[in-house]
Design a protein around this ligand. Sequence first.
Ligand code: HEM
Length: 424
Amino acid sequence: MHGPDRGLSRRGFVRSAVAIGGASALAACLQREETEDVPQATLAPDDLPRRQHAWNEFLSTDEDGNVRPPEHHLLLGLDYIGDGPADASEERDRLESAFRTLEKAYKRGNEGLASVIGYSPAYFDRFDAALPDEVDLPEPRALAPIEDSAIAIDEYDALVHLASDYGHVTLSAEEALKGKLEQLNGLDVEGTIDGIFDVADRRTGFIGRGLPAARQSGVSGIPESEPVPEDAPMFMGFKSGFRQNQATEDRVTIQDGPFGGGTTIHLSNIQLNLRQWYEQDSRTQRVAKMFSPSHAADDLVEGAGHNLGDSSGITDVPESAAEVAQHEGTVGHAQKAARAREDGEPIVLRRDFDSTDDDTAATHFLSLQRSIADFVKTREAMTGSDLSVMRSNSGILQYLTVRSRANYLVPPRGLRALPAPNPA
Ligand code: HEM
């Protein structure tokens, strides 16, 4: 059973266990979660879509048809320690078996597992050949003047994203990948990353109604009054990822060339500073800054916005963001970001989630897009340096501090094990 009626203390506990990781956290998690009915795969690996990022058709949806992201997320930053690209074929086979183990052990989706692996510019740098023209994968860089000196650029070779409604599934998948389990959900583990990749970085998080409220206590960035509402899926108090405000998987898929069927990931770590957001700003200001001043004036958002259906309604606002900024002195985050649309459709698919890693409130902002240029365009629209409005009234900029950035190429499934930049 999923939803607000599941015990909050259990959910808080599972989130902590996912954050800690390792065998004892897994054992503790297995005791607390309902573990008996995690389904094995219903499709053979060869029958899964070519796109690693084809998650939506397997994920559950809410009553309005919005994709309901898995509740627990784990990001593993990997350093390549293998023998090198010239000698990769044995390693490729082992890695492919490792991914197939995950795919066979768990049904793809919320009640099982969703996963992808992507590779960074640093990974591809070790090859003489360049990536084909269809792949836009620049080195990550600071994207706003305010970020320049403050942000870290991740240099891991690869990123694995694991997601499930069950914390113990993401933890078990991690342990299996590392070669620490002989069996995964009743099946033999057939390949591991051991000797190929070191896990250099672990980031964890969660998304879903009630989860942020259950985790707000004692977390840096959130006031002690514990203001995050019970119905909020995210720390800032609102629902996001409405169907009509997301790019489709088609829109974010690379069309041609050997990496056709792939996509790119941009991953940033964004620290949240929510004292002013919750203690000085009124609810009306929060709605205006997150959506638009007319959303606030017309009282369009009830609670976290579960009433909005499958669209934030941002494209129904008649005035442009520039006009609103000028007339109102405040402009909404969604309103600014929607300026990056092409042919009326968003160009990035957000799969972000919140985190309390290091006891700090943060968002792991993970988005998929056909090219990193699409992300940069969207981020520039969201930053809105062109708008004449004070930073504190420019959407949610004032409450976010970007700590790190990274870019990855997510190859199609057939090339997901140690791809060369110029596969045949
Ligand atoms: C903690 C950080 C963030 C929070 C809490 C947040 C929250 C939201 C919310 C509530 C919406 C309106 C509902 C929806 O359309 O799904 C929205 C829209 C959107 N956000 Fe964010 N957001 C965050 C950061 C970002 C970042 C870093 C970007 C990328 C540059 C971004 C891009 C977008 C886009 C593209 C839309 C949809 C605009 C459209 O309708 O075309 N957001 N966000």
